[in-house]
Design a protein around this ligand. Structure first.
Ligand code: SF4
Ligand code: SF4
Length: 298
């Protein structure tokens, strides 16, 4: 069985307990305007063009059989509609200006990457985290990976935005030790505006997961001007405080994904937004503590 992966990061310390390998599956059912992995949203392969790395060698123009590039007024133009995503130009671009996002991998190929750091997982009580995108959009592939990890004694975590039918969770629930469950905001109209979907399904799925006594960490991205007001956070606190959640993690917005938007020719609406300060994050953390919620501020 194959899935589509856009990145595998080793030595991750922010995707669950201990030292972990994070496997990023491509494709998402939300489209959050602050997403720092815009290449995760489309479930298909995509060509990323990092213009400032181009040295003008012309290899890509010469090698493309589909006339994917043309020089117009001494400027190289890429025609997405002609591109067959064959990757020929990428293999001939030695400055790495061209990169293919998305790779088909088998379960065994992914496992080979995961097994490289077994000693670190054991020493740190870490493991593997499957993230995205939305990994549950590839739930059968994910199930095979999780099963394999568990059979080899590797702790498993799944990072989900929760916007999938609960049937997808049922495929993986027995093989997942920990869910990292993202919550953005309680206001459903606002949720629709900023993520492209209402939050009803997400909330229903979270409640079902905890009813089934799964270990859950909730992750909340703190986005200035969008969900960082006391009113927005209090609504989240009210929802969370009655659920048996192990931990809430507050993750400050950052703009490190900005260059990725440029490479995919997608407008980045939050380009000028500032990262919340440590003081602002600590203050928000206090609101959660006052409600007796176990909170970690990143
Ligand atoms: S192959 Fe790469 S470096 Fe050469 S012209 Fe094309 S994009 Fe630029
Ligand atoms: S990926 Fe293939 S089809 Fe697309 S521009 Fe490059 S060489 Fe041409």
């Amino acid at each position: 069985m194959e899935g589509i992966i856009f990145d595998i990061q080793r030595f991750s310390i922010s995707d669950g307990p201990g030292i972990r390998t994070t496997v990023f599956l491509k494709g998402c059912s939300l489209k959050c305007i602050w997403c720092h992995n815009p290449e995760s949203i489309n479930s298909k392969k995509e060509l990323q063009i990092v213009s400032h790395k181009c040295i003008g060698c012309g290899n890509c123009i010469a090698v493309c059989r589909n006339h994917g590039y043309e020089m117009i007024d001494e400027k190289k133009v890429y025609y997405k509609d002609r591109c067959q995503l064959c990757g020929e130009c990428v293999s001939q671009c030695y400055s790495k200006s061209l990169q293919m996002s998305g790779k088909n991998m088998t379960v065994e190929e992914v496992m080979t990457e995961i097994r490289k750091d077994l000693t670190f997982y054991e020493d740190s009580n870490g493991g593997v985290t499957f993230s995205g995108g939305e990994p549950l959009l590839q739930s059968l592939f994910l199930k095979e990976l999780l099963k394999k990890c568990q059979s080899e004694g590797i702790h498993t975590a799944v990072d989900t935005a929760g916007n999938v039918p609960f049937g997808s969770f049922m495929h993986i629930i027995d093989y997942t030790d920990l869910f990292l469950f993202d919550l953005k905001m309680m206001d459903r109209e606002k949720h629709k505006k900023y993520t492209g979907a209402f939050n009803d399904l997400i909330h229903a799925n979270l409640k079902k997961l905890v009813q089934l006594k799964k270990h859950v960490f909730i992750r909340i991205p703190v986005i200035p001007g969008i969900n960082n007001s006391k009113e927005d956070m209090q609504k989240l606190i009210e929802f969370i405080k009655n659920l048996p959640i192990d931990l809430v993690e507050l993750l400050p917005y950052h703009s490190l994904g900005g260059s990725k938007y440029e490479s995919l020719a997608i407008p980045y609406e939050l380009a000028s937004l500032k990262t919340p300060t440590k003081e602002e994050m600590t203050e928000i953390g206090k609101w959660f503590k006052q409600a007796n919620i176990n909170v970690k501020v990143s």
